[in-house]
Design a protein around this ligand. Structure first.
Ligand code: NAG
Ligand code: NAG
Ligand code: NAG
Ligand code: NAG
Length: 540
């Protein structure tokens, strides 16, 4: 039976009693299926949502309750996760295997999310089994509430632009390569909203201004995004309104989201929209079309080139991205009213990546631990107090320099502490990390090895708050995280083969309090699996 939109109050009183009951509800019913797709011109098996590749956008407003019923019509277990949605007090809805039981084939799960105190541009994606290589992703936008000022005029159009690298091979083939302990080849191409070679087209009218919400939903490559003959004004990064700067092109690292404004201020013809890979020996490029109404010329001529392969250009651009301290975020108060630079950090956690073989198979690690999933979601084991699923302390707070080993790595940190994380990248590739459940402050990044003296470079005033951070080759990036969200939170590489082969762990933000003010209880409808199978989420 389809959900009946006329009965949200009744539903709100039962299954969704946890949400902010006074805030609006939006209902979605999604059917996840396999389907043929031809993004690079060859047929392959895609993952569709309601028949669409990429999946439908979620449009919402700050504090909305999103009730998303996901039917898994695939032949394997499936989960969707929500990149950048904070799931306050509610890591059970996060949709990664450490928090949520997979939806068995033929079954469904109703996610109950609230986009509490958030604005901005994000996306969702399938989190298990390398499904992300087949689709199942889509944009999420959270608009400001009507009376909260936004620091730029309403655009004439607001578009989701999902860019990402892509393989011609089916996701199952790629997964088998990884399961056998081998590395993946390089991607075959780049897609813009699921299309290559001018298949994606954006219609504009001369003189008008449009918002583009660009997310890199790909598997590994950083991408440069640009539009022939047009400038872009950066206005938002993963929920933070930025100082508005004018850019000719923008680096979007894997997992990241940015909003730019583009004014159609050129002669009425068609222009290339370009996405090309960064820091790769062979540059992959694809184009879409910016199409003016009454355009008198199709795209032609050389595709505009991107920046050089040197990291300095990209590093300088990243450092120039600042918070507009006087603009409002999700609330009417200025974004600068939380002075993160005035708070003393309670501890420093340093995280360093490595790559190597374990038992003759390729693995990736953080602080020498290569994550292996447990037989039961960690958060659910916590709820039922099932011991022996994982151990806190299974990953060190500092790099150990030792060889890679396998474990279900969980790092415990105390609720309401204020922690400095330093991501160290001794490797010669670019990395990108995402932390679920949080927006953190980007305080610094630079080449070389981090030392305490590196703190002298920190931006303690107007760094952006976001949830995905790049780390340049042989470089470091530092963030401050106010640990104000209790739960079990995935910290992962967004380089998807690395995530799949162990470059991730869970941050257990812990309090001994059992108050609902600190954390919600397990959802009534939570699926139960592994050692929690057959238990009940509520007493009889
Ligand atoms: C999902 O789509 C498949 C294929 O079209 C269909 O057979 C199935 O009934 C649908 N399931 C739901 C729950 O809508
Ligand atoms: C599955 O969908 C039905 C409605 O079709 C809903 O009542 C039920 O709660 C959903 N199951 C879960 C586990 O959320
Ligand atoms: C910052 O935000 C304010 C709104 O509070 C806006 O008027 C101003 O133009 C913005 N400044 C920049 C540089 O983006
Ligand atoms: C931060 O630490 C310094 C040095 O220990 C101390 O003097 C200062 O009062 C602390 N500030 C806050 C806000 O706690």
């Amino acid at each position: 039976m389809p959900l009946n939109l006329a009965v949200p109050l009744l539903i709100g009183a039962t299954l969704f009693a946890i949400c902010g009951a006074e805030d609006p509800y939006r209902f979605f019913s999604w059917n996840v299926t396999y389907g043929d797709i031809y993004p690079l011109g060859v047929r392959q098996q895609g993952i569709l949502i309601n028949g669409q590749f990429p999946g439908p956008d979620i449009h919402s407003v700050t504090n909305d309750n999103l009730i998303i019923n996901v039917f898994n019509s695939l032949t394997e277990p499936f989960l969707i996760s929500w990149n950048g949605i904070q799931q306050r007090r509610n890591s059970y809805e996060d949709g990664v295997y450490g928090t949520t039981c997979p939806i068995p084939p033929g079954k469904n799960l109703t996610y109950i999310l609230q986009v509490k105190d958030q604005i901005g541009s994000f996306y969702y994606f399938p989190s298990l089994a390398f499904h992300k290589a087949a689709g199942g992703f889509g944009g999420i936008r959270i608009l400001s509430r009507p009376r909260i000022p936004v620091p730029f005029p309403d655009p004439s159009g607001d578009y989701t632009v999902l860019i990402g690298d892509w393989y011609n091979k089916d996701h199952k083939v790629l997964r088998t390569i990884l399961d056998r302990g081998r590395k993946l080849p390089n991607p075959d191409g780049i897609l813009i909203n699921g299309r290559s070679s001018n298949g994606f087209s954006l219609n504009v009218e001369q003189g008008k201004t449009y918002r583009l919400r660009i997310s890199n939903v790909g598997l590994q490559n950083s991408l440069n995004f640009r539009i022939q003959g047009h400038k872009m004004k950066l206005v938002e990064v993963e929920g933070t309104h930025t100082l508005q700067t004018t850019l000719s092109s923008l680096d979007v690292h894997v997992g990241q989201s940015y909003s730019v404004l583009v004014t159609a201020d050129q002669a009425p013809q068609d222009y290339y929209i370009v996405a090309s890979s960064r820091f790769t020996s062979k540059i992959l490029t694809t184009t879409g079309v910016l199409h003016y109404a009454n355009s008198n010329k199709r795209v032609s001529g050389p595709i505009p080139g991107g920046p050089t392969i040197q990291v300095d250009w990209s590093l300088n651009q990243a450092r120039s991205i600042r918070t507009n301290l006087t603009a409002s975020g999700p609330r009417p108060n200025p974004q600068g009213s939380y002075h993160y630079g005035m708070i003393n950090t309670t501890r420093t956690i340093r995280l360093s990546s490595s790559a190597g073989q374990v038992n003759g198979k390729q693995r990736y690690a953080i602080n020498s631990v290569s994550f292996v999933p447990a037989d039961t979601p960690l958060k659910i084991a916590d709820f039922f107090k099932i011991s022996g699923v994982y151990r806190t302390g299974s990953i060190s707070y500092q790099p150990t320099g030792g060889g890679i080993y396998l474990d279900t790595s969980v790092m415990q940190v105390d609720y309401r502490t204020f922690v400095e994380f330093v991501f160290e990248n001794p490797e010669n590739i670019i990395q990108s990390y995402h932390l679920d459940g949080y927006q953190f402050f980007v305080v610094g990044m630079d080449g070389g090895k981090w030392t305490p003296a590196s703190r002298n470079l920190y931006n303690l005033r107007d760094g952006v708050a976001r949830s995905t951070i790049q780390v340049y080759p042989k470089s470091w990036s530092a963030i401050y995280v106010p640990l104000d969200n209790v739960g079990m939170w995935n910290l992962r590489s967004e380089f998807w083969a690395r995530q799949y082969l162990g470059q991730q762990f869970y941050l257990r933000v812990y309090t001994s309090s059992t108050s609902m003010r600190d954390e919600y209880p397990i959802p009534k409808n939570a699926l139960l699996c592994g050692r929690a199978a057959g238990r009940r989420t509520r007493p009889l």
